[in-house]
Design a protein around this ligand. Structure first.
Ligand code: ADP
Ligand code: ASP
Ligand code: MG
Length: 410
């Protein structure tokens, strides 16, 4: 019997009616002869509300306690979902992350999955039950509750699909698929029918909030086909899968805007061996993630300007890291810029097409938008722009690469 994993995001379980709708979908999959595992998020804006409450108590909540708090949202929805399925006449059981042996590391608020005890789930499925698992949460080796980072229920779902060797992981959300960019920002955005793991991974990491980027890493590693679709209709959504032939014909598949980027610059540091190493040791010790690293050497190589960017949430901690190193390397000044956004274009077709960067830069120039930094990889070009220019840059880039049009058939 094949196993299907269905994941329902916050808006898809926002009230009793929506929970019943989702339950009906799960029952339908069960009636079609599948073993069904559901992964659910917290209802509506519950997680945001819990975060807000924590910050009402303190400016610096302990990350362990944040995870304890945030994980409660999902526990509410799994119990309600199990009741809805039972009400529909089917057997169901809700399980928390700990109860399915979702073992993670101890990086609170951004934990990574280490292993899952699939035996427990198989056992419940064999008994004919629909199993409902709390998304976004796990437990570390010391039984502390952890969470996987905002949006992490997608990762729970795909990781479960991999562990159970499910036929498919269906992700039900409030859009009918993955679009060329966030349709809330660019109304001309177009739904993509099929996208490769590599492209989706980049889009997700660079700001396409529709999928948690770790979920795509799991999908790619274990070859789980992910179907992103609307919880309100039956129309097909977007298939995320290995790269089908012909995919490189599309130069740019999509574009993203990531807001709230912070940049820290160590002005005039002594260019002694170990500077960069020390900075990144400090950053790593605080479990922060760095995006761009920008280094310029002046004064014949003796003095260096070293800048790096982090997510705005990490800016305060990153500054502490920079200050710790600054004292050792005679840094004249530490500058902090919190008014930046990153616009990126992504496409496997970039590997085989020239002139993509030129078109990106001339588009921004025509809009009179200043570029603060450029970074590239094989299938991505990113630019840092001022926060105030972010949305305008995204719209201009979307139009310039004709993402609002159906890709030409080849
Ligand atoms: P869920 O609660 O179901 O997990 P999310 O809010 O996390 O839903 O993700 C869905 C939202 O992602 C959409 O409403 C949309 O505004 C946003 N989004 C951002 N980028 C994209 C994109 N490229 N394609 C589709 N949706 C996107
Ligand atoms: N409830 C969590 C969040 O809002 C996890 C998720 O929805 O995927 O981030
Ligand atoms: Mg989400």
């Amino acid at each position: 019997m094949s196993i299907v994993v269905q994941k329902f995001g916050g808006t898809s379980v926002a009230d009793a009616r929506k929970i019943h709708l989702a339950a009906r979908r799960a029952i339908r999959a069960k009636m079609e002869g599948n073993q069904v595992v559901l992964v659910v998020s917290a209802m509506g804006h519950t997680t945001d509300e819990l975060v807000r409450l924590a910050y009402e108590i303190t400016d610096r909540p302990s990350k362990r306690e944040l995870d304890m708090l945030l994980s409660t949202g999902e526990q509410v929805s799994i119990a309600l979902m199990a009741m809805a399925i039972q009400e529909g006449g089917y057997e169901a059981i809700s399980l928390t992350g700990a109860q399915i042996g979702m073992l993670t590391d101890s990086a609170f608020t951004r934990a990574r999955i280490r292993s899952i005890d699939a035996g427990r789930l198989h056992d419940q499925l064999r008994r004919g039950r629909i199993v409902i698992v709390a998304g976004f949460q796990g437990v570390d080796a010391d039984f502390n509750i952890t969470t996987l980072g905002r949006g992490g229920s997608d990762t729970t779902a795909v990781a479960l699909a991999a562990a159970l060797q499910a036929r498919m992981c269906e992700v039900y959300t409030d859009v009918d698929g993955v679009y060329t960019t966030d349709p809330r920002l660019v109304p001309q955005a177009r739904k993509i029918d099929t996208i490769s793991y590599d492209e989706m991974l980049e889009l997700a990491s660079l700001g396409a909030g529709v999928m948690h980027s770790r979920s795509i890493e799991f999908g790619k590693k274990f070859n789980v086909i992910i179907h992103v679709r609307s919880s309100l209709t039956d129309s097909p959504g977007t298939m995320i899968m290995s790269q089908p032939p012909g995919m490189e014909d599309v130069v740019v598949r999509g574009c993203t805007l990531k807001r709230d980027i912070g940049r820290i610059t160590l002005v005039n540091a002594a260019n002694r061996p170990g500077l960069v190493a020390r900075i990144f040791e400090e950053i790593a010790a605080r479990q922060l993630m760095v995006d761009d690293i920008i280094q310029n050497v002046a004064a014949g190589g003796d003095v260096v300007q070293l800048a790096f960017t982090v997510a705005g949430d990490d800016l305060r901690e990153a500054r502490l890291a920079a200050e710790a190193v600054g004292r050792q390397f005679d840094v004249a000044q530490i500058e902090v810029d919190d008014q930046l956004s990153r616009v990126s274009i992504v496409g496997v077709g970039m590997r085989s097409h020239a002139g993509v960067a030129a078109r990106l830069f001339s588009t921004l120039a025509a809009e009179n938008i200043r570029v603060h930094n450029v970074s590239t990889s094989e299938i991505v070009i990113s630019v840092l722009v001022g926060s105030a220019d972010g949305e305008r840059a995204l719209r201009a880039v979307h139009a310039a690469f004709e993402l609002d049009r159906e890709p030409a058939a080849t």
